[in-house]
Design a protein around this ligand. Structure first.
Ligand code: UDP
Ligand code: MG
Length: 313
């Protein structure tokens, strides 16, 4: 199968028929063998009925319905598990992404050798104040911390080589950072393509202002987990040692100063409290590191790695 198109959706019943018809037109023009996987993320409108109706007419359309709303990441993750195509395209259900971009994205994977290609909504049809400006900050932070040169990390329209979607797990709200997940999994050829963006035709956006708060917190998590997730002691041990040692030096100085040079109450010196706090925090960080190691050791993923090739085995 050439192509799997994965569409996460939450209350998008109005858009689906039009979206499906447009995708069908594009894939037929290009003669792709394909499937469209619509993941209904617990919609409370008629989305699921619409999906069943579409499937009755076109068996290439497949559906998964969640028991409740779990979020876009969960929907994508489930779609990725089910996908069978050599190339997987994800797109939003609200018709903000254009299916006409599919052949171009697919070509970059198949012919130009990219592992993953992210869309870039260069000209964007969203509210400037609440989305476009915060999104610039957010992308700059993601770019800087991950080293991946993308302008638009969170674009819903993306293309992947099959191997990529089978090797990453999109959880929480990590759909904003799939390029980073792919990079951690060892896929280096991550490209970008300017894509057409359109105003939302039906319905309303499903993400409010919290997206930016959560987005930033998730960025910290992903950078930390990516770097130290499997060796937490290397982070906590280092900083715990630095802080503990600082406290130790302060105390050594206070003791020497007290007995050798002058007589004073140690508790009269502000430095005394800084020393106490440093010792306590240093020990705490060490303990956090040990606990982290215990958790990492018990994790079923402690030894998951991807083997690219083997020879003689
Ligand atoms: N979506 C989803 N689950 C959610 C929220 C959103 O599957 O909990 C889908 C939504 O139906 C749409 C896509 O994710 O297909 C992008 O959402 P939206 O268009 O609301 O985001 P925006 O374009 O405003 O960033
Ligand atoms: Mg949208």
């Amino acid at each position: 199968m050439d192509l799997s198109i994965v569409i996460p959706l939450f209350n998008e019943d109005e858009s689906l028929p039009e979206l499906a018809a447009w995708i069908e037109r594009v894939v037929q023009e290009n003669n792709y063998s394909y499937e469209i996987i619509m993941v209904d993320d617990g919609s409370t409108d008629d989305s699921w009925k619409v999906i069943e109706g579409l499937r009755a007419v076109n068996p290439n359309i497949k559906g998964i319905k969640f028991q409740r709303n779990y979020g876009k990441s969960a929907a994508l993750n489930e779609g990725f598990k089910a996908a069978q195509g050599d190339v997987i395209i994800t797109m939003d259900a609200d018709m903000q992404d254009s299916p006409d971009e599919i052949p171009g994205l697919r070509k970059m994977i198949v012919e130009d050798g990219f592992d993953m290609v992210s869309g870039w909504k260069k000209k964007r049809y969203d509210n400037t104040l609440t989305k476009n400006i915060p999104s610039k900050f957010f992308n700059a932070a993601a770019r800087k911390s991950s080293g991946i040169k993308l302008h638009d990390f969170n674009c819903g329209l993306k293309a992947y080589r099959k191997k990529v979607v089978k090797s990453i797990e999109v959880y929480g709200e990590m759909h904003r950072y799939i390029p980073i997940l792919a990079k951690w999994a060892g896929f280096r050829k991550i490209g970008e393509k300017v894509v057409e963006h359109r105003p939302r035709k039906f319905g309303v956006t499903k993400f409010g202002w919290e997206r930016f708060v959560n987005g930033f917190l998730d960025l910290f998590s992903i950078m930390f987990v990516g770097k130290f997730g499997k060796r937490p002691m290397h982070f906590f041990g280092l900083w715990g040692s630095v802080v503990f040692f600082t406290g130790f030096v302060i105390w050594a100085y206070l003791f020497i100063a007290k007995f050798a040079f002058q007589k004073y109450n140690m508790t009269d010196r502000p430095l005394f409290y800084i020393g106490v706090i440093s010792l306590v925090i240093g020990v705490q960080m060490f303990l956090a590191g040990f606990l982290g190691e215990l958790i990492a050791r018990n994790s079923s993923e402690r030894n998951t790695y991807l083997i690219e090739e083997k020879t003689g085995l």
